[in-house]
Design a protein around this ligand. Sequence first.
Ligand code: GSH
Length: 222
Amino acid sequence: MTTNTYTLVIGDKNISSWSLRPWLALKVCGIPFAEERIRLRQPDSKAKILRHVPSGKVPALKTSTGVVWESLAVLDYLAERHSEHRLWPQDEEARAVARSISAEMHAGFATLRNAMSMDLLNLLPAPPASAALEADIGRIAAIWKDTRARFGQGGPFLFGAFSNADAMYAPVATRFRTYGVDLARFGDDGTGAAYAAAILALPAVAEWTEGAKAETRQRAGA
Ligand SMILES: N[C@@H](CCC(=O)N[C@@H](CS)C(=O)NCC(=O)O)C(=O)O
């Protein structure tokens, strides 16, 4: 199978958390792809995205046969097409939990996503505390702690080796850094903090971050 015919349509690397998810999975697995970057929050952003994908949202993966959209569907597609990378854990129970927490991320945490929107390159003050925000952060701390304890023996990620679940939660690690979230306040015994550090230490995250810096420099005309 030819795999270098993928084009991943993404938004700005500083702010597009949904774009980071499949980009990271592709990079960590070493699957070749081209990038099509669309600047978000511009008058013509929507029209430009719609040229590639009918949902009008990024990310979208253009393949040799069509287009796949919605971050979680793209990750599922990659897991299926590149099964050798085991983007979903092999163990049935672990795989069920990985799918569950990934779906929970995809469908939920709206308060956290709104109050702590991704701003990769910046360090910002924590937003005003609210019960809903505390509940979202607490739930993520619990997911990370439980998953690492139950399935994480084989490596530093949620299920040991890198999986689609890590791709889904990676932008949360950057948000916690941006907004200075101390997970210890949310019942973390250090497991969640170590997990977030492992995500941030991924060479692919460094590469994405360099891309975000390059985009910022380019826009500043430097
Ligand atoms: N549920 C979608 C969310 C995608 C999404 O909201 N993408 C944002 C950028 S991070 C977007 O395309 N915004 C452009 C717009 O809505 O016009 C997914 O999982 O891919």
